[in-house]
Design a protein around this ligand. Structure first.
Ligand code: BES
Ligand code: MN
Ligand code: ZN
Length: 501
């Protein structure tokens, strides 16, 4: 989609949209359009229940007296409560409405947003950014899609009082969107296309952006002692990989300051292993690499917008399969940290992968801040549904920073409790710990397991994003499928706290 920003001018052909806040139906813009169309806007409003509520759209086809082929009014909700993310959603809603309508051009008039407390340039960039995010579709395997179902919308112009400001903000937004789309591609791909090695191959594309990409294969992992990760991988014919992405945008100015480290769970397919999952819905476990997907997308976004920060992302890539070589329930494995683990349930594999990658990352990079992202537990989806990722942290400052990045970007987080009483639940007489606790508090005991691999003095947050990486429903910012959750969150977290200005 081609995007441009301009000052308000004469109405063009194509679709023309204006934004209306709740109850404010008689703005100057509305009145002038009503006059030009000989009262069509008023009549349409009367025939409809449109009152400017969030997400409402009123569409008038072939408005008389206008160059435009259709006129749309989009509701923003109460003026005083409209924030930047609401504008993104309005842009996305408009895109979705018109994508396959036959229309090729859309103009959004954001030149006067009365009572809305978002800067003009930011507002315009967010409208366009929302449309951009919504324009993503994963259609590479649809060979027979009829032309009538394919998108037609190609150009978007946004009218604004601050075109220059909008331009530069949008450029940054587009770089981040590039990272989000990279993530969505990886998460959407099926398990026969994305497996540890093919993931690692795709990661190589980040070198073009100045990211150093290093891949540890099975032999190296064995030498290093990644016993927990290798136990998960041993049932699969696909070799495990740890993909390491080093990005330094400080030009060396960072000196000895350790990088911020992100670790992602990259189970390219999770059958459950010998503790096999039921058949229904198992195809969804292709997106069990969504944590790794978010990490690589975030590094890509940071590199694409040349963020002045130092970040290392590590993706633990394995496939969890049942087979004659698969690990058994009851097996004891020795993790990279030296701690031993009794594998009670081979379907609790994510923590076995993460614990080794996290321990290695701390040894090698000595970070002060470590954030892991993982589609770790079904229990997280039961707790928070698809609205918030669950956050577990040993550090209130870090938790507050992530919470605020979540609020700013719409990748929302909700902090969950931790504590010794939960930690005790994973003790076992056979080894240092077992990989599952009782059924209750399943997301928390998973976090407690990971915490046993966090060194003293490291501020750590674990983000259980099981409910967030995939959506069964269309929403204003994505078509159903991969959401790209986590990319904007990590980008914003870095921008707010670890980026030189
Ligand atoms: N990848 C799953 C978690 C998951 C389940 C994510 C459903 C999204 C939707 C994870 O590896 C897993 O299987 N967890 C088990 C843990 C259990 C065996 C303690 C779970 O949540 O059932
Ligand atoms: Mn599992
Ligand atoms: Zn899993």
């Amino acid at each position: 989609m081609k995007v441009s920003f301009e000052t308000a001018g004469a109405l063009k052909s194509g679709a023309h949209a204006i934004l209306v806040t709740q109850g404010a139906l008689q703005t100057g813009t509305v009145q002038s359009l009503d006059a030009t169309t000989g009262g069509q806007v008023t009549r349409a409003l009367q025939a409809n229940r449109f009152n400017g509520e969030t997400g409402q759209v009123l569409e008038i086809l072939a408005p008389s007296g206008l160059e435009a082929s259709r006129l749309l009014l989009v509701g923003l909700g109460e003026a005083a409560r409209v924030g930047a993310t609401d504008l993104e959603k309005a842009g996305g809603t408009l895109y979705a409405r018109l994508a396959t309508s036959g229309e090729t051009a859309l103009t959004i008039d954001a030149s006067s947003l009365e009572g809305v407390g978002v800067e003009a340039g930011d507002a315009a960039a967010r409208l366009a950014g929302g449309a951009l995010l919504r324009s993503y579709r994963f259609d590479r395997y649809r060979t027979k899609e009829p032309a009538s179902k394919k998108p037609t919308l190609e150009t978007l112009s946004v009218w604004t009082g601050d075109a220059a400001g909008a331009e530069s903000r949008y450029a940054r937004f587009a770089a981040i969107a590039d990272g989000i789309f990279f993530t969505r591609d990886l998460v959407s791909e099926p398990g026969n296309v994305i497996y540890p090695k093919s993931f690692a191959e795709r990661a190589q594309s980040l070198t073009a952006l100045g990211v150093k990409v290093e891949v540890l294969g099975e032999a190296q992992l064995r030498e290093l002692g990644f016993g927990a990760l290798l136990g998960v991988a041993q049932g699969s014919v696909n070799e495990p990989q740890v993909v390491i992405l080093e990005y330094d945008g400080t030009g060396g100015a960072g000196g000895d300051t350790p990088p911020v480290v992100f670790v992602g769970k990259g189970v390219t397919f999770d059958t459950g292993g010998i503790s096999i999952k039921p058949a229904a819905g198992m195809e969804g476990m292709k997106w069990d690499m969504g944590g790794a997907g978010a990490v690589i997308g975030a590094v890509r976004a940071l590199a694409a917008r040349k963020a002045r920060c130092r970040v290392v992302g590590l993706c633990g890539m394995v496939e969890n399969m049942p087979s004659g070589t698969a690990q058994r329930p009851g097996d004891v494995v020795k993790s990279y940290s030296g701690q031993t683990i009794e594998v009670i349930n081979t379907d609790a594999e994510g923590r076995l992968v993460l614990c080794d990658v996290m321990a290695y990352a701390q040894d090698r990079y000595k970070p002060k801040v470590l954030v892991d992202l993982a589609t770790l537990t079904g229990a997280m989806v039961i707790s928070l549904g698809h609205e918030y990722g669950g956050m577990f942290s040993n550090d209130d400052t870090l938790a507050a920073q992530l919470d605020s990045a979540g609020k700013a970007t719409g990748d929302k987080l909700w902090r969950m409790p931790m504590g010794d009483a939960y930690d005790k639940l994973i003790n076992t007489p056979i080894a240092d710990m077992k990989n599952v606790g009782p059924r209750e508090a399943g997301s928390i005991t998973a976090a407690q397991f990971l915490k046993r691999f966090v060194k003293d003095g490291v501020a750590w947050a674990h983000l259980d994003i099981a409910g967030m990486v995939w959506s069964d429903k269309d929403t204003p910012l994505w078509e159903k499928g991969a959401t790209g959750y986590g990319v904007r969150l990590l980008d914003q977290f870095i921008a707010d706290n670890y980026e030189a200005r």
